[in-house]
Design a protein. Structure first.
Length: 295
């Protein structure tokens, strides 16, 4: 005879209650979480001032009191009513375990480039440790910070067309104490980026027009400038690929995220043979091109 399952802790019960509310409200995920339970756990733990990796069943954690439960409910109310990504409410997002400040001036950091960067896949294909790195379309500066942490001897330029985004990036550069190694540049594409760079990282605006029109409200809460890539999503990418070789070291590489636009990329650039990098979202989301491919 099996023993009955132990009762849920008050904290887990609270998370499950709020997860049901998120599910019933039909909110969209994709800004750090992929389901209602994980999003509810994030918001509940943040509101209670607990570490985000807390064990919900840890008996050492005190049960939330009535005031805390009301505060949690109010935060979930705001998430549902505003349809803003949770990161805009907490002013914090995590990428590869590293915390970043974020607000409505930039998209929520979630670039898949962070995965091969952290796993060393870029090092293997580049073949040497980069000394000069460019994070183009830097947004809140998260990839620039991760690159600086991955390669302690590298100098990193972080460029974006948006002064608002660069103001947010400056907060993260300061937060991680990287002011001496990360330079922020206001630039329309590569216009103000001189190089030569050993490595260019770029998570550009690549969402095609039809997909932009169908985005859930949470994604429409983000700056469209950082998402919309024109009719086929390739407008910015076309300009980038025309200019990138002039900014790359002859042995350098470009790592480019294109999300679900592989078919549009291949249609726009049939002559290119990129190396596709493995990510948790699939094998045709992030690609690598060598400087010699772009000549």
């Amino acid at each position: 005879m099996t023993s009955p399952a132990p009762p849920h802790s008050p904290l887990r019960t609270l998370v499950e209650q709020q997860a049901r509310r998120l599910d019933q409200a039909g909110v969209a995920f994709g800004h750090g979480t992929h389901n209602a339970f994980d999003e509810a756990a994030w918001l509940v733990l943040w509101r209670l001032g607990l570490p985000l990796d807390s064990d919900l069943d840890d008996p050492a954690l005190p049960a939330p009191d009535a005031a805390q439960i009301m505060a949690v409910a109010a935060l979930i109310d705001e998430r549902i009513a505003s349809r803003k990504p949770a990161a805009y409410l907490t002013r914090e997002a995590w990428l590869q375990g590293v915390p970043f400040y974020v607000d409505e001036r930039t998209i929520v950091p979630r670039s898949l480039i962070a995965e091969p960067l952290a796993e060393g896949a870029i090092d293997d294909l580049l073949g040497y440790e980069p000394a000069q790195v460019l994070d183009l379309c830097t947004g809140n500066g998260s990839l620039a910070v991760l690159a600086a942490l991955a390669w302690p001897q590298a100098h990193v330029d972080a460029a974006d067309i948006s002064p608002d985004a660069l103001a947010v990036a400056a907060i993260n550069v300061d937060q991680h104490g990287l002011q001496e190694r990360i330079r922020l540049i206001e630039s329309d594409g590569l216009a103000q980026c001189q190089g030569p760079y050993d490595l260019i990282l770029c998570n550009p605006p690549y969402v095609n027009a039809a997909s932009m029109a169908a985005l859930p409200a949470e994604f429409k809460a983000e700056p469209a400038l950082a998402l919309a890539g024109g009719e086929d999503g390739m407008d910015f990418v076309r300009s980038l690929l025309r200019q990138a070789s002039s900014c790359l070291h002859p042995e350098g590489v470009l790592v480019l995220e294109i999300g679900h636009e592989a078919a549009h990329f291949e249609s726009a650039f049939p002559e290119l043979q990129p190396v596709w990098l493995i990510t948790s979202a699939g094998d045709e989301q992030v690609l690598l091109l060598r400087a010699s491919d772009l000549d």
